[in-house]
Structure formats: structure tokens, C-alpha cells
Design a protein around this ligand. Structure first.
Ligand SMILES: Nc1ncnc2c1ncn2[C@@H]1O[C@H](COP(=O)(O)OP(=O)(O)OP(=O)(O)O)[C@@H](O)[C@H]1O
Ligand SMILES: [Mg+2]
Length: 430
């Protein structure tokens, strides 16, 4: 039976009620996590489910640069998202932010506000979309987009209302997660800064004592120099990690030879390794990756520094670079870099935590300097490229850290056959 004009049928009413019930349930679930990454994925899934669409994505406003950035998208990898800043002027999402109201577009190709370069980069085909602002205290912090209505149905007013309600709940949850992340991180950071600051304070007091023996002054000043260097490294690491976590790190991907980069990093680490007679071996295929060279250099240096620090005297470090066979289902991270050492290894329990911020294995923490941020930063950089980092370790035998990177389309030089090894003895002039 059809309902008279101005009334909704019982069936439509039931559907509407079911939808609102689901909205309430999903909103409740949003508030049950403070993990920002997990939360953003939940929001995109909820948005696609509630509006019955192919895909959904979230863009958050970066207050520093004033740009919008993709933070979660069901149709994009991490590296694709990182590579696409969306301008406020000249994009639909930007229009939603500046007008603080939803945009409902039945055909994006006929809408001048549509920012086509996202589809070009992701090779995705957007036909229609609904974008709503995420507001907190009347301030827009981002945009939720639902893309391509299933069955090519038209968008309805209910879709707008449902997605708007979800976006407002999501805004509160995202804001809380961001605050929680900051407070947690700041507390740990301040705690870590206290040790070098205390050492500097004690050293200055010693130097200021008129009776302090001249012959000991140089030693104290050397301590001060070391502690200052430690503070500089820590503050750089804190900033790097804060930027990576908030998605403010801008990658500058280009094609380059990984073999050359690993060799360059080995040269930098060689003096450190030579002090403890640690040999470094490079086994690398000639392969080009498409990535941010400086950031990847940071990752490799982090792993090599650890492989020296947590190795035995006279130990070995083996670096490999190889191309994995094509896998239709996986992301395009077909270049595998690994750094293997002959150190004391990491117990199974500690392996679960080595990528956590500020985590250091208790048994080695006293003998070596460090903050416990190196691996968190390294993994985040790899993830920003849409790839993964992991480890294998055997207690007493050694550890291998490995990570993927995107394979560049073309190889620079036809090069050296797979598996060819080059021995680079550490610390000796060649
Ligand atoms: N190759 C390795 N072999 C054994 N243990 C390791 C290895 N690499 C890392 N670890 C353990 O994991 C912890 C975390 O490593 P991470 O690089 O994050 O921090 P760090 O080296 O302590 O300090 P920094 O922030 O200066 O890098 C280390 O403290 C160490 O206990
Ligand atoms: Mg380290």
C-alpha cells in the first residue's frame, strides 16, 4: 500500500528507524577507542554502511598548513593518501569546510567544485558523492565523504541527515583521541628530557665552583657536549614522531636506487661498527624504489645503528635488498630491505613492544644510550609509504628487521643479477 502524499509508508518508516538505531550503535562504538587510526577506520566503515555506498573517506584539516589531508579512505593506501593534499580552494571537501555545510553531488563531473586529481592519482572512479563537515563547537575539523551510492540510486535527505549525525559524533571522538595522544606523548617526552637536563644542571654547578680542579673541567665539558647532543637528537625525534602521528609529514616520493642508498648508509655507520670490529655485508639487487629518499635513509640508518648498538663485538651485520614476486592481492610493496645482526636477539615477549614509543629492552637499556623512539619513527615512515616493517629474532642468535617499499615502474640500470653479494669490510680504508 502506498502512503498518501506527505506521509511515509510503514516500510519506509521501519527502514528509517532501523537506520537510526544502527547510527546510535555505531556512534557508541566510536567512543570506545582512543586509538586514532582504528577510530578513523571505524568511521569510514560506518559512513559507507549507513549511506549504502561503495567507499568512504575522511579528510582532516591541518591547522598548520591550512590544507585538508586524507586520514582514512577505504579505497586508498597510506602512501596514496599521504601524497594527496587537498586544497581548500578548488575542491568539494574544501567547499564543505569553508561553507560549513554538506555538499550533495549526484554527478561529480558536472560540478565545478570537483577536484579531479584525487581520482587521477588513485585510479578510482568517483561518480557521485555526499560530503559533510565534522564539527566540534561549531568549528570544522574535517570532512566525511561517502562515495558512489550503490545501485546508482539518488542521494536522499535521510542520507544527508544520517551522515551529518555520524560526522558530528565522529568529530568528538577524533578530538578526544587527538587530545589523549598529545597528553600521553607530552608526559613521556617531558619525562625523557629530564635526564639530560639534570646532567647539564649538575655539570654547570660543578664548573661554577671556584674550587673545582682545572684538570677535570674538560671532562665535565665533554659530558655537557654529549648531553646537549642527546637533547638535540631527542627533540628532533619528538618532532618527527609528532608529525608522523598527526599525518603532517609530507612525503616527497621519487625514483632512486636502493642499493646505492643502503651502501651510502653503510659508509656512514662504518666508523661506529669498526670500533667494535663489526663487519657489514651488503647483498643487494639493483632495484629502484619510488619513495621519499631522505625518510628511507632515516629508516635504514636507524636499523643499522641498532644493529651495531645491540650486536656483539666482532659480530656481523648483513643488509639485503631484493624484489619479491608479484602478488596480485598485496599492496605494491615488492622491494624488501632487511638488516640482520648477530646480537643477543629479542625475546618473544619484548618483540611485541619494540615498535612502541619509548620502549627499551630492560636488559640492554643500561648499557646503551637511547630513547626508544627510533623504531617507532622507522615503522611510521614505512607505513606512510603504504608498506610494513616487522622483525624476526632468536634469543642469543640475532635479529632481522625488514620492511617493504614500493617498486618503481622502471629499473634504472639492467644491473647485477639477483643475490650477488658484495663484501664491505667495516672501518678499513679500501
Ligand atoms: N637489532 C636489535 N637487537 C636487539 N635489540 C634491539 C635491536 N633493535 C632494537 N632493539 C631493542 O628495541 C629497543 C627499541 O629500539 P629503538 O631503536 O626504538 O630505540 P633505542 O635504540 O633504544 O633509542 P633511539 O630512540 O635512540 O633509537 C631498543 O632499546 C632495544 O632494546
Ligand atoms: Mg635505536
Amino acid at each position: 500500500m502506498t502512503a498518501p502524499p506527505g506521509y511515509v509508508s510503514i516500510d519506509s518508516y521501519r527502514q528509517l528507524m532501523a537506520r537510526y538505531e544502527r547510527l546510535m550503535e555505531l556512534s557508541r562504538q566510536l567512543n570506545s577507542t582512543l586509538d586514532l587510526g582504528a577510530l578513523l577506520n571505524r568511521i569510514t566503515n560506518a559512513a559507507a554502511e549507513l549511506t549504502n555506498t561503495e567507499e568512504a573517506s575522511i579528510l582532516l584539516l591541518d591547522s598548520a598548513s591550512g590544507e585538508l589531508r586524507f586520514e582514512a579512505a577505504s579505497n586508498m593506501s597510506g602512501s596514496a593518501m599521504a601524497a594527496i593534499p587537498v586544497p581548500i580552494d578548488g575542491s568539494l571537501a574544501g567547499w564543505v569546510v569553508s561553507h560549513s555545510e554538506p555538499a550533495l553531488v549526484q554527478d561529480v563531473h558536472n560540478d565545478p567544485r570537483w577536484y579531479a586529481s584525487v581520482d587521477k592519482t588513485t585510479l578510482f572512479s568517483t561518480r557521485n558523492l555526499l560530503a559533510v563537515p565534522m564539527k566540534i563547537h561549531n568549528r570544522v575539523i574535517g570532512v566525511v565523504e561517502a562515495i558512489n551510492k550503490l545501485g546508482d540510486k539518488n542521494w536522499t535527505e535521510d542520507d544527508v541527515n544520517t551522515l551529518t549525525a555520524l560526522a558530528n559524533q565522529a568529530a568528538i571522538a577524533v578530538h578526544n583521541a587527538q587530545l589523549f595522544q598529545q597528553s600521553d606523548f607530552i608526559a613521556e617526552m617531558v619525562h625523557e628530557l629530564r635526564t639530560p637536563l639534570a646532567a647539564l644542571k649538575a655539570s654547570t654547578s660543578l664548573l661554577l665552583r671556584p674550587t673545582f680542579p682545572d684538570e677535570q673541567r674538560t671532562e665535565v665539558m665533554l659530558t655537557m657536549q654529549q648531553e646537549t647532543e642527546r637533547l638535540t637528537k631527542m627533540t628532533t625525534d619528538f618532532l618527527d614522531l609528532a608529525r608522523l602521528e598527526s599525518g603532517r609529514t609530507r612525503l616527497r616520493p621519487k625514483g632512486f636506487s636502493l642499493r646505492a642508498l643502503v651502501a651510502e648508509c653503510i659508509d656512514l655507520i662504518r666508523p661506529q661498527a669498526a670500533e667494535r670490529d663489526i663487519q657489514i655485508i651488503l647483498q643487494a639487487e639493483e632495484v629502484d624504489t619510488e619513495a621519499d629518499r631522505d625518510k628511507v635513509k632515516q629508516v635504514i640508518l636507524n636499523l643499522l645503528t641498532n644493529a651495531v648498538k645491540y650486536n656483539r663485538d666482532n659480530g656481523t651485520i648483513t643488509c639485503t635488498v631484493r624484489v619479491l614476486p608479484a602478488d596480485e592481492t598485496g599492496p605494491p610493496c615488492r622491494v624488501l630491505v632487511s638488516v640482520r645482526d648477530t646480537g643477543y636477539g629479542i625475546s618473544e615477549e619484548d618483540q611485541q613492544h619494540v615498535f612502541d614509543k619509548f620502549f627499551r629492552v630492560a636488559s640492554t637499556a643500561h648499557d646503551t644510550a637511547g630513547t626508544g623512539l627510533g623504531l617507532s619513527i622507522a615503522r611510521r615512515i614505512v607505513e606512510a609509504h603504504g608498506c610494513e616493517m616487522d622483525l624476526e629474532s632468536e634469543h642469543g642468535e640475532g635479529t632481522t628487521f625488514y620492511f617493504g617499499l614500493p617498486l618503481a615502474e622502471k629499473r634504472a640500470t639492467p644491473g647485477i643479477p639477483p643475490g650477488s653479494a658484495e663484501l664491505i669490510p667495516s672501518g678499513h680504508d679500501q
